[in-house]
Design a protein around this ligand. Sequence first.
Ligand SMILES: Nc1nc2c(ncn2[C@@H]2O[C@H](COP(=O)(O)OP(=O)(O)OP(=O)(O)O)[C@@H](O)[C@H]2O)c(=O)[nH]1
Ligand SMILES: [Mg+2]
Length: 340
Amino acid sequence: MEYSHDTISAISTPLGIGGISILRVSGTDAINVVSKIFTSKTDLIKQPSHKAIFGRILDSGKLVDEVIVTVFNAPHSYTGEDVVEISCHGSTFITNQILQILLRNTRLAEPGEFTQRAFLNDKIGLTQAEAVGDLLTAKTKISHLTALQQYEGSLRSRIEKLLTQLTDFRTQLELEIDFLEQDLDEIDNDNLINGLTSLNQELNQLAKTGEEGLIIKEGLKVSLVGAPNVGKSSIFNSFLETERAIVTPIPGTTRDYLEEVISLNGYLVRVFDTAGLREATDQIEKIGIKRSYEIIKDSHKVLFVIDGDENKKEYDTLSKLVDKNKIIKVLNKADKFDES
Ligand SMILES: Nc1nc2c(ncn2[C@@H]2O[C@H](COP(=O)(O)OP(=O)(O)OP(=O)(O)O)[C@@H](O)[C@H]2O)c(=O)[nH]1
Ligand SMILES: [Mg+2]
């Protein structure tokens, strides 16, 4: 992947009328470029990292907007480069005007280019970068957006069909009630009951597929669960291809859960690393374990990690909380078995 080192800028929030819009500038020249069009109490070049500062964007001395600017010094930024974020008033006109001023000295970022730089600077792993890319551009083979559109399209036609059937049954019934005394053909009760029964079944089926749509839209929630020290955080890190979670030989390392998004064949997967399950005495660990159970209950799939011992007690607790079909047993530290 080619990495051009020039300074790039773009509008980072959706265009439209809102409270604020954010423009992002990234690259070695970012602070310098913005400092030339921005006036405030302190010189932007001397502004400490990660601190917001109020000021004005000027174009040839004329006020464009009052803004809040935040500088993120490399490498502690999203892209790993110097980044400046400008929060301006959320009008399309103002936001575009500021972008045009920035583009005199920077290049317009390609879609996903900030994320590409984050990946190339080891700020995020490839699977994570792909997930962000999917969300932004929906370019992967089985794009989750395409899947979503297909899902919503077929859903609409199914609902329309059911609605027509339901209206038809209602009309038949109302006709029967309204013209009871008149000599109309009697409705076929068996036919009506059969029709309504199958309609009911189809509605129940439809309610179940609602879950599917939600998974495509918000991602499949997968949690890494198990006793302390079995290697949950190590697996989490290998999914993300970065050292996101702290890994140590000390049981009880992960206290609070961690959540990250990855892309698998274009589908969004939300992975959770959780605190190891045990009878904890430590106050903080206890809260962490309570949160682990909340994550477990909310997961679509639970990866129950074991490291050779049966971990029967944890499995029993787990299978009481979630449907057994949701649990996938993962045997970790396989290298240890090779030795023995
Ligand atoms: N030999 C071997 N060691 C591993 C493997 N996976 C993880 N470990 C080691 O096992 C120890 C615990 O790993 P972690 O990933 O922190 O385990 P955890 O399940 O997240 O632990 P807690 O956060 O305490 O619940 C670390 O020293 C890892 O290096 C593996 O496949 N083989
Ligand atoms: Mg851990």
